[in-house]
Design a protein around this ligand. Structure first.
Ligand code: NAG
Ligand code: NAG
Ligand code: NAG
Length: 627
């Protein structure tokens, strides 16, 4: 699920390295040309069959990195053989330079999202345990900077209205993309919405708008692709996780690899497990870390997300009650538990009492912009998720709540409110245009962000540039990827009225934190217009995978990891008692207790030896508490 931070981490992980000269690339290309004419004499990772073509390569550290195109039929069905259009997908392969192509086996990495792309494999080159593998990542259909078509809105749709208009600004002042959110829709992220999640009229309006978005987006002409015989296909019916699994299999065939190893994180667990469902006899080693639910039902998915946050927030509070002398929990006295503070904070947010000053002036002076419950939930969840990648545990969410609750005074409170608004209410950045990175809440008095306009911020990557391919990556905030991919993967559609009833039911039991997450994720998919192509993640008797789950994963709950273990009866479960999204070295703080699990994961890749089923790593020190 929501993996913005995972993306951030791999951005950091792949610093530019000095590399080889263009000459090498040239001679490599010549070799390829020659090989094209020698029909399939040798077939391996470096000498693939027609349909996969390596076009760029570069020595980076101990690896040679290859980039190229995997050309896949839009429809893999044999009935469509003559008619189907084709797509070019960006593929990146990291080959340990010390190994020969014949001696390494391919290991597919998927970094989650949906939204991560072919650059995923690059962040694993420094990990010793993968030294005997060729790392592979594919930019799945519709995703990544080079995708054609792309799920996200094109930057050409963006515009900037004049400041100081005598009316409220709306989303269509900033974009005319069909997949942007309709005017009046609060900013909705993958698992939050910028509203009061307990306010029925706000939730109702959100659901209406999201149903409208689903219809408008699906009707966009750009999804219609035409094949050689003139038959049309709708891209939105042919770009979910089942199609990605087909494309992965396509890659395996083209490289004549008998097996494929799989390493999936977050949504990447669904990718690996769906591949395992469809091509079980091709699966080598497989690790799935921070799992998606195996059964693709929209309602369960949304409830599961809400429940993940309930578990996480409850845990946060229990931790703080135990560790009242450890900063930042020492800000809360034991009588003034986090729940108390949170309840007061919610009522302040609901009353519009937590604000930050804008640049807009009216007769009364500077106009203040209020923060919503939903944005706070989204922000705190994001900080809880990031504990999987940075070794600070949950100090950040505890501190955010303390600031907003005025425990450090009004200046800290306003600064925190500004920080949260700046995170979300800002147009996509990195485009070098007048609208790029404009902060909407303070400039225009409206919260319009990447999610509203359906376009993610972009970042420059000098390393990709050195490789010779377009040097940009997109982050995963644009929000269209989630609806388009999960909209295909998940079955279960509801009318707006049904959705409101379901919300009433959920909201009557669960708090603002859980309800806001539920509302955000449910609104994205409950009314998705195109039909589902439901996935089944796992559901295979003989696939021997290592399923990894943290007890307090705020994005992909432990429940989902547990279900994934059920779905793959011959797999092995490994558990860490800690917090954050996915188990990884990045989140390892002193006393985390996760080391035995990290060691077992690493040695599985080296020796193939699995831990005993249910192996559990105990947390040793308080979670929250390093800044
Ligand atoms: C992939 O193919 C497209 C044309 O469909 C081309 O524009 C692009 O440069 C190719 N990318 C790579 C990495 O070879
Ligand atoms: C701006 O709007 C207010 C009320 O909405 C109205 O009274 C005022 O005349 C308007 N000013 C202009 C210049 O249109
Ligand atoms: C619910 O939200 C609407 C705006 O969408 C607002 O006008 C109304 O006062 C809110 N109701 C409550 C009970 O907060």
């Amino acid at each position: 699920m929501a993996l913005a931070l995972l993306v951030l981490v791999w951005h950091l992980a792949w610093a530019q390295e000095p590399g080889c000269a263009e000459k090498d690339e040239q001679s490599f290309l010549q070799t390829l040309d020659i090989l094209d004419h020698v029909e399939e004499e040798a077939c391996d990772l470096l000498h693939p069959k027609k349909g996969l073509r390596w076009t760029h390569s570069k020595q980076i550290g101990s690896h040679t990195v290859y980039a190229g195109n995997l050309t896949v039929p839009l429809s893999p069905h044999r009935e469509d053989q003559e008619d189907t259009p084709y797509l070019d997908l960006l593929v990146i392969m990291t080959m340990p330079t010390s190994e020969s192509a014949a001696s390494v086996e391919p290991l597919l990495f998927h970094c989650g999202g949906p939204g991560s792309d072919a650059t995923c494999a690059l962040s694993f080159m420094k990990d010793q345990q993968f030294n005997a593998y060729a790392g592979i990542s594919i930019s799945q259909r519709g995703i990544g900077y080079t995708a054609m078509p792309s799920f996200e809105c094109a930057k050409e749709h963006m515009k900037l209205p004049p400041k100081g208009l005598n009316r409220s600004y709306v989303i269509s002042d900033f974009t005319d993309c069909a997949c942007a959110l309709p005017d009046g829709t609060p900013l909705v992220g993958q698992a939050f919405a910028d509203l009061d999640p307990k306010n029925q009229s706000s939730v109702h309006r959100l659901f209406e708008n999201m149903a409208l978005r689903a219809r408008r987006c699906a009707a966009d002409k750009r999804w219609v692709l035409t094949g050689a015989t003139g038959k049309s296909y709708n891209f939105l019916d042919w770009a979910g996780t089942r199609m990605l699994a087909q494309d992965i299999e396509h890659f395996r065939e083209k490289t004549c690899s008998p097996k494929l190893h799989l390493n999936g994180m977050s949504y990447g667990t669904a990718v690996a497990a769906v591949y395992a469902d469809m091509f079980p006899e091709r699966v080598g080693k497989m690790v799935i870390n921070g799992n998606m639910p195996p059964v693709p039902f929209t309602l369960d998915f949304a409830k599961g997300q809400g429940m993940a946050l309930t578990q996480a927030f409850g845990h946060l509070e229990r931790l703080c009650v135990t560790w009242t002398s450890t900063p930042p929990c020492n800000l809360y006295s034991s009588e003034m538990s986090l729940s108390h503070v949170w309840a007061q904070l919610v009522s302040d947010l609901r009353a519009g009492r937590i604000t930050a000053p804008t640049e807009i002036h009216s007769k009364g002076g500077t106009v203040n912009f209020p923060l919503s419950i939903g944005l706070v939930q989204g922000y705190v969840q994001e900080q809880m998720i990031s504990a999987g990648f940075v070794p600070v545990g949950w100090a950040q969410p505890v501190s955010t709540l303390a600031n907003l609750a005025n425990l450090r005074g009004p200046a800290a409170r306003a600064a925190e409110a500004k920080k949260i608004l700046d995170r979300y209410c800002v147009l996509p950045s990195g485009y070098g245009t007048p609208w790029s990175g404009v902060v909407t809440w303070s400039t225009y008095g409206v919260c319009v962000g990447q999610q509203s306009v359906g376009l993610s911020s972009m970042s420059y990557s000098s390393s990709l540039g050195a490789l010779g391919i377009p040097p940009y990556r997109k982050n995963v905030d644009g929000y269209v990827n989630g609806a388009t991919v999960l909209g295909q993967d998940l079955f279960g559609r509801f009318t707006v009225d049904q959705a409101v009833k379901i919300w009433q039911d959920f909201s009557s039991v669960w708090d603002e934190m859980a309800t806001s997450a539920f509302v955000g994720i449910f609104s994205e998919i409950f009314a998705w217009q195109r039909e589902a192509v439901p996935v089944h993640a796992g559901f295979r008797q003989n696939v021997r995978a290592l399923v990894v789950g943290n007890l307090y994963d705020p994005a992909c709950s432990y429940t989902w990891s547990n279900r994934m273990r059920e779905s793959l009866p011959n797999s092995v479960m490994m558990i860490w008692q800690g917090v954050g999204h996915c188990l990884g070295e990045g989140g390892d703080y002193p006393g985390s207790g996760m080391k035995p699990c990290l060691d077992r994961m690493a040695s599985y890749w080296v020796t193939g030896e699995l831990p005993i089923d249910g192996f559990t790593c105990r947390t040793e020190e308080p979670v929250p508490l390093l800044m």
